[in-house]
Design a protein. Structure first.
Length: 278
């Protein structure tokens, strides 16, 4: 082994070790909810707000781990759930195995695959997977799309897809179009609206765990609130107008009754005069 090759190997080992460190740190934070006091040998992060991160989100973990969590939307990816599937409860485990001296991760969640975030995370984590389930493929990921007949399986040696790719691609494009339309609509309609800590709290969220999909849902709720408020205001105005018109109508009825009595009196008087003349 040449000296140049040895240097290259050492550099690659350092790069892999650094990557593993922030991946483990990020997964520990998201799955095991470890704080700074729980983590060992983690450098305190510089307060950086680039990529949409807030200081409150990253001041207790390293910058690389915080970016990793944000880049792959780990909270949204791992904690989302729905009733589209038979088993809809989320489940997570991320532990260090002293016997194998490796980390073991097991997760289950249901989420919308916006911008192919599931595949994005799988592609990222795959090089760090040492072993999956089943021989010889070592399957480590099972992805079931709600409208697909079969799941897509991911193994260390490749991807196994038994579904019609054209049908699935069309569905993903349709969902992406819906999301983009809703996002543009809320941006245009709610120019004076911003999501504060109080609003996050009202939706059982914090700056630690919200995603941009949560923000979209909050904005749509605000659109609905304003729309309903507008209907309520219009209905109230119509009720007030109706009451005003009803009052005027009652006054007209009184005037009509007075005029009717006068008319009847005049008519009776004329009839009496006619009888006398005859």
């Amino acid at each position: 082994m040449t000296a140049k090759y040895k240097v290259l190997v050492k550099r690659l080992k350092r790069i892999i070790a650094k990557a593993l460190k922030y991946i483990i740190e990020g997964l520990n934070r998201v799955i095991n909810h470890y704080s700074a006091e729980d983590m060992v040998n983690i450098e305190r992060a510089n307060i950086i707000t680039e990529n949409g991160l807030q200081p409150e989100q990253i001041d207790f973990i390293s910058t690389d781990a915080a970016k990793f969590i944000h880049e792959y939307d780990l909270y949204g990816l791992l904690y989302s759930t729905s009733y589209y599937f038979g088993c809809h409860a989320v489940a997570h485990s991320f532990k260090y195995d002293d016997i194998c001296q490796t980390w073991s991760i097991s997760t289950r969640s249901n989420c919308k695959n916006y911008r192919n975030r599931i595949e994005k995370f799988i592609d990222f984590i795959k090089p760090y997977i040492l072993q999956g389930s089943g021989y010889p493929h070592n399957l480590f990921a099972y992805v079931q799309y709600e409208e697909s007949e079969f799941p897509t399986l991911y193994g260390i040696d490749g991807k196994y897809d038994f579904n019609d790719p054209d049908r699935e691609s069309a569905a993903n494009k349709y969902l992406e179009k819906i999301y983009t339309t809703l996002y543009s609509f809320t941006n245009d309609y709610l120019k004076d609206f911003s999501v504060t800590d109080e609003i996050l709290s009202q939706n059982n969220l914090t700056r630690d765990n919200y995603t941009h999909y949560d923000i979209l849902c909050i904005c749509l709720k605000e659109v609905a609130r304003r729309f309903n408020q507008g209907i309520d205001t219009t209905y109230k105005e119509l009720q007030e107008r109706y009451a005003e018109l009803e009052e005027k109508y009652n006054k007209l009825e009184v005037k009509h009754a007075v005029l009717q009595r006068r008319y009847d009196n005049v008519t009776n008087s004329e009839n009496e005069k006619s009888k006398i003349i005859q």
